[in-house]
Design a protein around this ligand. Structure first.
Ligand SMILES: Cc1cc2nc3c(=O)[nH]c(=O)nc-3n(C[C@H](O)[C@H](O)[C@H](O)COP(=O)(O)OP(=O)(O)OC[C@H]3O[C@@H](n4cnc5c(N)ncnc54)[C@H](O)[C@@H]3O)c2cc1C
Length: 459
């Protein structure tokens, strides 16, 4: 696609949005996400309204200039990297809560609001927005919708897409589309809002989001189970869910992760354990406590050495600290972490763990498993050194092997991070050529000149 003149486009953009920069030092800030591939945009624009976004998109459409939407840049797959240059459309100035409707059980927000800020606002008013990616203190709701983010509470409450009731979107022609409903159900026409959830900025710019909210649960109970054997921890996950218990959190931490966190925190963790499960229940106080006691019985009967229920908010926080410190602590093993977020059916988790342990033994590369075992979404981390070309090559081959293994186990290549640049070479292995063809046809219909986040998702 022949691109137009960026300078003419920037001159026009400045007339509709004063918050526009072409300063090289500032542009550097919008050139990467956590995948760390870098490409500077030619210009970064910070709109304040849907009207400004629409006007900017119209200018870019006329000049055929690429637009890369961006929230907080916490994505893990290069989604917010303007890989073909052009305009970085940074949505962080659009962060208002537009309409809090407690009786309708929804809230309407602009995309740039940070997840934790929205959650804090709702909590103060007795409400609850469940999707809780670990990046919630920095990632934006717009980014969460665009990536279809999920978190530890997904095992009970589902992921971002389950809460999106409606969206305002600016597609590639600069028009404004309001899609969705204010009711719990509605089946008029194709469900267009779902098309934009997880579309990674390739189909439209999300400028307003209507989210379902829930009354805040009366109580949350937190506990940690210590298992000598990894396999027993995985079996306990299945036993808990088969029993009809829906914990709010069911997180798995393997032995290497426990050891790394212990070195990092010196918190007295059981370094000889095979695995830990961090579990939470919530709801009415009596129900949450009963469910936790049922889980305790199941874990102890299933081989757990100990099961510690937090007696206070501080104790619960200390248990969470172990889980939250994993990512930061792993770099003690090797300087480079390749973090995959593969997801397998729960009955295949044990095989995934065994096979990755074999790969680790064979290659000599540490492979650490932790994460959302309750929904089969395991963060498989291959640790390496990107400066050691030979070892890094081996690590990339190992990652590919893990992705193929995931598909062989009937899993999906990404449970929450998405495709972006990182997974695009592999997407066809999962969705097949017919899936790629239809997806490309949808992209072409909505964005014929390929100006919205080009270079992403499709090989
Ligand atoms: C420490 C850490 C922990 C994480 N934990 C989790 C986790 O538990 N679960 C999880 O799902 N993810 C997790 N992530 C990944 C990341 O935080 C999520 O993908 C998050 O949703 C990205 O939000 P963001 O605001 O940073 O978006 P960005 O990184 O800025 O953008 C992500 C994608 O969304 C697009 N986009 C952003 N805003 C818009 C918009 N308004 N309209 C259209 N497209 C848009 C971008 O073009 C890009 O493709 C984690 C990341 C880190 C660094």
């Amino acid at each position: 696609m022949e691109r137009g003149n960026i300078q003419s486009a920037v001159d026009e953009i400045r007339k509709v949005c004063a918050h526009t920069t072409t300063e090289p030092a500032e542009l550097l800030l919008y050139s990467f996400d956590t995948m760390k591939i870098k490409r500077k945009p030619d210009c970064a624009v910070f709109p304040e309204s849907t009207e400004e976004v629409a006007a900017i998109v119209k200018i870019c459409a006329r000049h055929k200039i690429p637009i890369t939407p961006r929230g907080a840049g916490t994505g893990c797959i290069g989604g917010a990297v303007p890989i073909e240059g052009g305009v970085a459309l940074v949505l962080t100035r659009m962060k208002r809560i537009i309409n809090f409707n407690p009786d309708g059980l929804y809230v309407e927000v602009e995309p740039g609001i940070v997840n934790a800020e929205l959650s804090g606002f709702l909590e103060k008013r007795g409400f609850f927005y469940p999707p809780d990616p670990a990046s919630l203190k920095s990632s934006t709701i717009g980014g969460n919708v665009a990536t279809g983010a999920g978190g530890p509470s997904a095992v009970k409450y589902g992921v971002t897409g389950d809460y999106v009731m409606g969206l305002t979107v600016v597609p590639a022609d600069g028009s404004v589309l309001d899609t969705g409903i204010k009711t719990d159900k509605g089946v008029v026409g194709y469900d267009l809002k779902k098309l934009f959830v997880g579309s990674e900025g390739t189909l439209g710019i999300i400028t307003k989001i209507r989210l379902k909210i829930l009354p805040k649960p009366e109580a949350v109970v937190t506990a940690t189970a210590v298992f000598p054997e990894r396999r027993d921890a995985v079996s306990a996950v299945i036993a808990i869910l088969r029993k009809g218990i829906r914990p709010r959190t069911l997180e798995y931490i393997d032995r290497t992760a426990i050891r790394c966190v212990e070195e990092y925190l010196k918190a007295g963790l059981p370094v000889n354990a095979g695995a830990l499960l961090l579990v939470e229940t919530d709801g009415k106080t009596a129900e949450a406590e009963k469910e936790m006691n049922d889980i305790k019985e199941l874990c102890l009967a299933g081989g757990a050495d100990s099961f510690v229920i937090a007696e206070s908010g501080e104790e619960a926080e200390a248990q969470w600290k172990t889980r939250r410190s994993i990512s930061a602590s792993l770099n003690r093993l090797r300087p480079t972490k390749i973090n995959e977020d593969v997801t397998v059916p729960r009955n295949r988790i044990a095989e995934l763990m065994e096979r990755t342990a074999e790969m680790s033994e064979r290659t000599g590369l540490p492979i650490i498993n932790f994460g959302h075992a309750g929904d089969g979404n395991i963060h498989v981390n291959v640790m390496t050194d990107a400066n050691d070309a030979e070892e890094y090559e081996l690590a990339l081959k190992t990652v590919e092997e893990i992705l193929d293994l995931t598909l062989a186990l009937d899993g999906t290549l990404s449970g929450e991070h998405g495709v972006g640049l990182a997974k695009k070479p592999y997407i066809a292995r999962e969705i097949g050529q017919p899936g790629v063809k239809i997806s490309k046809a949808i992209k072409k219909a909505l964005d014929p000149d390929n100006i919205l986040n080009p270079g992403k998702i499709f090989p």
